[in-house]
Ligand binder design. Structure first.
Ligand SMILES: Cc1cc2nc3c(=O)[nH]c(=O)nc-3n(C[C@H](O)[C@H](O)[C@H](O)COP(=O)(O)OP(=O)(O)OC[C@H]3O[C@@H](n4cnc5c(N)ncnc54)[C@H](O)[C@@H]3O)c2cc1C
Length: 163
């Protein structure tokens, strides 16, 4: 290898890789929120349109509970992602913020897609609507760029300063 092609110094590679991963985690968080929101939009429209027992299913409290929880958690996830992105843009350390954003957004978006699927009943499970695919796609956000378990390890390490 030509030494001129080397990026960084000996022993620094893992630190560089971690920076790439940390930035990637913010992107995965944003991607998860998009999949959750796309699913929820379909569920809200369906809840207004589908009638059961003489009224739109959106009037049933258990449907409203699902929609309200999903929207609240997705909004909270968005704030965590924005915070991590703002810290990264400011050039300050964002390891902890990126892990929290990725962990919370990916799990909240999976819950949102799952609840949205349930609001559609049997149709939610069919490919006539996009939610079954969103649910499969969003599930990957809990695995790629470091699993939820890895994010919890990073967050706990920052909290406890074990190394
Ligand atoms: C569709 C898809 C696309 C992908 N794209 C990419 C890509 O573009 N680039 C890339 O680099 N990778 C990619 N990956 C790989 C992905 O990053 C890995 O699957 C992920 O990091 C988990 O690694 P693993 O599959 O080897 O699981 P393992 O490391 O075998 O882990 C298995 C389980 O054990 C848990 N576990 C492992 N260690 C611990 C521990 N210390 N404490 C607690 N639990 C632990 C994990 O959280 C997980 O639940 C992709 C994966 C998929 C499915």
């Amino acid at each position: 290898m030509d030494p001129a092609d080397r990026i960084g110094r000996d022993g620094e590679a893992f630190e560089h890789a971690k920076v790439v991963l940390e930035r990637g985690r913010i992107g995965i968080g944003a991607l998860a929120i998009g999949l959750g929101r796309a699913s929820l939009d379909v569920a809200v429209a369906y809840a207004k349109d589908r009638r059961a027992f003489g009224k739109p299913i959106g009037e049933f409290e258990m449907i409203q509970w699902r929609l309200a929880r999903a929207r609240t958690e997705l909004d909270a996830a968005r704030l965590l992602v924005h915070r991590a992105a703002a810290l990264a843009d400011a050039g300050v350390r964002f390891t902890d913020a990126a892990s929290k954003a990725k962990l919370y957004a990916s799990e909240a978006a999976t819950r949102a897609a799952d609840s949205s699927l349930q609001v559609l009943g049997g149709y939610g499970y069919l490919s006539d609507f996009p939610i079954e695919r969103n649910l499969r796609d969003v599930r990957l956000m809990e695995i790629g760029e470091g699993t939820s378990e890895v994010q919890r390890i990073v967050i706990a390490r920052e909290l406890l300063r074990l190394d």
